[in-house]
Design a protein around this ligand. Structure first.
Ligand SMILES: *Cc1c(COP(=O)(O)O)cnc(C)c1O
Length: 381
């Protein structure tokens, strides 16, 4: 079958797959292991657990599935709440709703875009005093910058609330020497097509708790009891990753460091271009040595430049370059209208001022040059 060509538009974060991925998929097909189990799934789990410094990894069909199962296992359900940063992709909050629990949104530190530890402390205090059961806190490693776990973990421990780290965007990053995905009772990775590495779609649950890993594996395969007729004592899910997709994941993992390097080089290119340009700041630039640079964003200050983030998105669009505002805060989403929120306005300001730029490791020097040309013209005078 001949496929229509992908348009000559510079995309934000297109998948970076090639000959090695093709070779591994062919090997998987020829091996006969096509189903959502097989030796490549096992190997992918072992390698990813090692890479992230975890005892156990469970390969799943998405990062959302990993969040869902981790939250279920930690007791999220009807009658409880889960604290989620308001500045995130909807999947973080959706996973909470799948369990029957209610998300409570907390604002971010405006410099990093990550969960504000002081505000989290306040929120847990308020929720505790009124007797609300908090099943978990889900910090998000926004755009590949790890949340401030050194501050967050002791706060959560003090209130006796477990942490599920949403590391969907941060594979390869580090915080205080620890790899992304290593903090918390469990963590979720995503291998969606736009992430730092992809299996086309996929995810992984990481934990050091063997029991939690075993339970997640069981729930992800329809909760089948070991009987020939498949006895079921609870509701399961069809969440396991296919061996074919694990083949793509193994090839991507071999290339991960090279892909991380490419994303960082793109960050450096934008940062050099915008250095000293008043009113345009590379987001999360401060102390970004440990970040994975999944997406590089620029924060436009309309009071300094008389230009807005929306103007920048329009200019990019006119040049066939994809760019996007930062995540729209969850407490401003129609679907979460009326949700409880502890807000300072930081996430809302970042939403109004932040623009994510093409950052994918598959982008050519020519394509990045096209983005730079738009940036240069937009920031001139
Ligand atoms: C991508 C993403 C997810 C969901 O991952 P999927 O694999 O697409 O289900 C969850 N949280 C954040 C912050 C993400 O960026």
């Amino acid at each position: 079958m001949s496929m229509p060509p992908v348009l000559d538009r510079v995309l934000l974060s297109p998948p970076d797959v090639g000959a090695r991925e093709e070779e591994m998929v062919v090997a998987a097909v020829r091996s006969g292991w096509i189903a959502p189990l097989g030796p490549m799934v096992d190997e992918f789990e072992a390698r990813m657990a090692a890479r992230c410094g975890r005892g156990h990894a469970v390969a799943l069909s998405s990062g959302t599935a990993a969040l869902h199962l981790a939250l279920l296992e930690l007791g999220a359900g009807p009658g409880s709440v889960v604290v989620v940063p308001t500045l995130t992709f909807a999947a973080t909050a959706n996973a909470v709703v799948y369990t029957g629990a209610t998300p409570v949104f907390v604002d971010c530190d405006e410099r990093t875009g990550n969960l504000d530890p002081g505000l989290l402390d306040h929120a847990l205090e308020v929720l505790g005093k009124e007797g609300t059961r908090v099943a978990a806190v889900v910090p998000v490693d926004l755009l590949g910058r790890c949340a401030d776990y050194a501050a967050l973990l002791p706060i959560c421990a003090r209130f006796g609330v477990p942490v599920v780290a949403d590391a969907a965007e941060s594979l390869g990053a580090r915080s205080a020497g620890a790899p992304a995905g290593s903090p918390g009772a469990a963590a979720a990775l995503s291998f969606n097509g736009n992430k730092i590495m992809t299996t086309s779609g996929g995810g992984m649950l990481l934990t050091d708790d063997a029991g939690l890993a075993a339970r997640a594996r069981y729930l992800s395969t329809q909760a089948r009891q070991p009987a020939a007729h498949y006895e079921h004592t609870e509701i399961g899910y069809n969440y396991r990753l296919s061996n074919l997709l694990a083949a793509v994941g193994l090839a991507q993992l071999e290339r991960l460091d090279e892909m991380l390097g490419r994303r960082r080089a793109i960050r450096e290119t934008y940062a050099a271009l915008l250095a000293g340009v008043a009113g345009f700041e590379v987001f999360q630039r401060d102390g970004d040595a440990d970040d994975n640079c999944w997406l590089t964003a620029v924060v436009v200050d309309p009071e300094v430049t008389e230009r807005t983030a929306a103007d920048l998105v329009s200019a990019m669009d006119a040049a066939a370059v994809e760019s996007r505002p930062l995540w729209k805060p969850m407490h401003l989403q129609p679907v979460f209208a009326g949700s409880r929120v502890f807000a300072t306005g930081a996430a809302e300001r970042l939403f109004q001022r932040g623009v994510t730029l093409p950052s994918g490791s598959a982008l050519s020097a020519g394509q990045i040059g096209r983005v730079c040309a738009v940036l240069e013209e937009f920031t001139a005078d």
